[in-house]
Design a protein around this ligand. Sequence first.
Ligand code: AMP
Ligand code: FE
Ligand code: ZN
Length: 299
Amino acid sequence: MRRTADGRVRSVIDLHTHTLFSDGSLTPTEVVELAVREGLRAVAITDHDSIDGLEEALAAGVRLGIEVVPGVELNLEHDQVTMDLLGYFLDRCPGDEMQAALAELRAYRDERNARILERLAGLGVPIEPEELAAIAVDGAAGRPHIGEAMRRRGYVDSISDAFKRYLRRGAPAWVDRRRLSLAQAVRLLRDSGGLPVIAHPGIIRTDRAGLAAVVRDAARHGVVGLECHYPLHDDETVAACRGLCERYGLVATGGSDFHGDVKPDVRLGRADGGRPIADELLEDLRCLAHDRPKGRVNT
Ligand code: AMP
Ligand code: FE
Ligand code: ZN
């Protein structure tokens, strides 16, 4: 437990945040600065398909006296279920293989974004590729950037309005994308020293039995944790996730999925029911980081 300059105890953390390097609205430095203002003890930066913001965030953490956990978030498909994996404590300098794999994932996104823009044009709400590029300047471009472009054109009131009317799964401009398999995503993270954790299990599109099967398979593939604490999880979901952690020997983690203005209702360091995310979750994860075998694991 640490204290702030004015003597307050700092026991709050956040293990899931996005910056301008994917679909967040703040720079890595601004996220770290906000974490300090909110009294957090540690913050993980977990951009989609990009680790390009980590160096800046780590430097800001050193300067401002807050722990920054280097991370990333990857999307995958397993047994027709799509889900996200967070990877923590990545090596300071992940190898070329990691960077090449992430560049390929961003290329998948670009392919998909182009097809979404084609659909939008067909629906009478055109967005030019240049408008998207002007919004997604630093990294992994995705639907929230397209939503923002639509908002700027006045087609929709907000990014979430754009999702609801055009971009969500099943909506008129929905396009699927290529994804990693569970084994590929776990291997990619572990080869770069990352500890894989299932993101927001409560919003995976399956039922309770399906979730248990996904968590079981993930644990067998080398996933070590489950993001039990998340703003969209109710108490029952948190309890179910905690139960799955016990059953499959996983650590519980927590994150807000902070995106800045892109998700204005989300507050850094707060999860289910607005409750602060406790730093003991990070300590449990850290124990695994110290214990983990060096080098590749068999998946
Ligand atoms: P993409 O990576 O292009 O598939 O877009 C996924 C991103 O969109 C994630 O960061 C989600 O948090 C965000 N997202 C998903 N649904 C919505 C929604 N209804 N409103 C705002 N953002 C959303
Ligand atoms: Fe996610
Ligand atoms: Zn996320």
